[in-house]
Design a protein around this ligand. Structure first.
Ligand code: DAH
Length: 352
C-alpha cells in the first residue's frame, strides 16, 4: 500500500460518485467505501497494522485525509439530492386535490327565479332598508299607532339617541322611531313617491318578527312584496299575475284558491292558498289534512295608502300582495321546518 494506491482509490471513488442518481445509490456507495466491515477505506486502515512504523506514520494520515474527503463529498451529494427533492417533490401525475365548491341556498335560487318571472312580466325589482322607520313600516300603509293590527306585526325597535333628539325637536317623537321592518310592504309608499305611473314593482328582502319560532314561523324570513298601480287595475289582474307566477315556479299542477281576508293596507283584502304539493291534496301534516296551504296576503291598495304615496285614488287603482319566500321554497322542495334554512346545517343545505 502506498500513496499511489490511495490516489487510485480516490479517483475510483469520484468516478463512482458521478454514476449515483439517487439517495439509495449514494448510501450503497458510502457503505462500499466507508462501511465498517468491508469498506474499501476501512480495509486500508485495518491493513495499517501490517506496515512498519515509518510507513504507518506516512500513510496513516493520508488515509485519514482520504476518509475525510470521501465523507465530505458524500454529505455534499446527499444535501444536493435532498435539495433537489424538496424542489420537485410534486408528483404531477397524482390527481388534483378536490376543492369543495359551494352553491346557492335554495332561498337565493328561488328568489332569483321569482325575480326573473316578475321581470318578464314588466316588474321592477327594488331593494329597501331592513332598518326602517316606523312611519314607512306602519303609518304609511294605514296602520296608525293605535291600530290593533300592530299586534300582528310586533318587531324589534332600535334606538338612535341622535335621531331621537331630532324627532323631539320636531315634536314628532313617536312616528319616526327605527325598527326592523316586518314586511317589505314598507316600500310601497316610497315607490309610489319615487316612480311615475303606471308602477309595477316587486320588493324581495329579509323581514323580522318578534316571533315564538316553530316549524312554520321564524323571526327572520324572506318576504316578497308586489305592487301594481295604474288606470283600471282590478282584482282580476292580481289573480292572473299570481297564477302565472305560481305555475312558473311550482309547475302547472298547482291549484290556487282565494279567500276574503283583512289587511289595513288593502280594501278589499284577499288571502291566497295553494294546493298542497306535498300530499297532492290527499291530506298530510304540513297542510293539516286540508289539502291547502296559506300562502299570501293581497288586495286592492287602500285609498289612504295611495294618498300617502301622492296618488289620487279617484283616478288610479292598484293591487298589492306579499308572500313569504321561505314558505314557497318549503312547498317546492317539501321542507317541513322553516328553521332549517337559517340553521347553518350543511347536512340540510347540501341536499339542494
Ligand atoms: N305585508 C303582509 C304580511 O307581511 C302581506 C301582505 C298582505 C302584503 C296584503 C300586501 C297585501 O301587499 O296587500 O303579512
Amino acid at each position: 500500500m502506498n500513496t499511489q494506491t490511495l490516489q487510485t482509490l480516490a479517483q475510483q471513488f469520484r468516478a463512482d460518485l458521478t454514476t449515483v442518481t439517487s439517495a439509495d445509490e449514494l448510501r450503497e456507495l458510502e457503505i462500499r467505501y466507508l462501511g465498517r466491515k468491508q469498506g474499501l477505506v476501512t480495509e486500508l486502515l485495518r491493513k495499517l497494522k501490517d506496515l512498519s512504523i515509518e510507513q504507518r506514520k506516512k500513510i496513516g494520515p493520508q488515509i485519514q485525509q482520504l476518509k475525510v474527503e470521501i465523507t465530505a463529498e458524500i454529505e455534499n451529494t446527499e444535501s444536493q439530492i435532498l435539495n433537489f427533492r424538496s424542489q420537485i417533490s410534486v408528483d404531477v401525475t397524482l390527481p388534483g386535490e378536490k376543492i369543495p365548491v359551494g352553491h346557492y341556498c335554495p332561498l337565493t335560487t328561488i328568489r332569483r327565479q321569482a325575480e326573473d318571472v316578475f321581470r318578464s312580466m314588466g316588474f321592477m325589482v327594488i331593494d329597501g332598508p331592513e332598518l326602517e322607520s316606523e312611519y314607512y313600516n306602519f303609518e304609511a300603509v294605514n296602520i296608525p299607532a293605535w291600530h290593533p293590527a300592530r299586534e300582528m306585526w310586533d318587531t324589534f325597535y332600535v334606538r338612535d339617541p341622535e335621531r331621537d333628539k331630532e324627532m323631539k325637536r320636531q315634536g314628532d317623537e313617536e312616528s319616526n322611531r327605527l325598527l326592523l321592518r316586518t314586511h317589505t310592504s314598507a316600500m310601497q309608499v316610497r315607490i309610489m313617491r319615487e316612480f311615475p305611473l303606471p308602477i309595477k314593482a316587486i320588493v324581495p328582502g329579509t323581514v323580522y318578527r318578534n316571533e315564538a319560532t316553530d316549524a312554520r314561523h321564524e323571526k327572520a324570513f324572506l318576504n316578497v312584496e308586489g305592487l301594481l298601480v295604474g288606470k283600471g287595475i282590478s282584482l282580476q289582474h292580481l289573480i292572473s299575475v299570481n297564477r302565472v307566477f305560481l305555475k312558473k315556479v311550482l309547475g302547472d299542477d298547482v291549484q290556487v284558491r282565494f279567500r276574503p281576508g283583512y289587511f289595513p293596507f288593502t280594501e278589499p283584502s284577499l288571502e291566497l292558498d295553494i294546493s298542497c304539493l306535498i300530499c297532492k291534496q290527499t291530506g298530510c301534516s304540513v297542510c293539516k289534512k286540508t289539502g291547502w296551504l296559506e300562502y299570501m296576503g293581497a288586495g286592492m291598495v287602500h285609498p289612504n295608502v295611495l294618498r300617502a304615496g301622492g296618488i289620487d285614488p279617484k283616478k288610479y287603482t292598484g293591487f298589492a300582495f306579499g308572500f313569504g319566500l321561505d314558505r314557497l321554497v318549503m312547498l317546492k322542495y317539501g321542507v317541513d321546518d322553516v328553521r332549517l334554512f337559517r340553521s347553518q346545517d350543511l347536512r340540510f343545505i347540501q341536499q339542494f
